[in-house]
Ligand binder design. Structure first.
Ligand code: SF4
Length: 61
């Protein structure tokens, strides 16, 4: 299982992570990305690669 976090201070809310995640872990809420479906995370790190502000971390538990 993976722990996904979005640094709300860094997030620009443009949703690159939403578009890149194959299992819909993220949703944009109030202009920021939120982790809404962490249990589905595959650990692929696509979201980490596309995030322009380095707001996302993915750690294996
Ligand atoms: S690591 Fe992959 S599966 Fe997990 S949240 Fe990021 S894009 Fe989605």
């Amino acid at each position: 299982m993976y722990v996904v976090t979005v640094d709300q201070e860094k997030c620009d809310g443009k949703g690159e992570c939403v578009d890149s995640c194959p299992v819909n872990v993220f949703e944009i809420k109030d202009g920021k990305s939120e982790v809404v479906n962490m249990d589905e995370c595959l650990g692929c790190e696509s979201c980490v690669e596309v995030c322009p502000t380095g707001a996302i971390t993915v750690k294996e538990m």
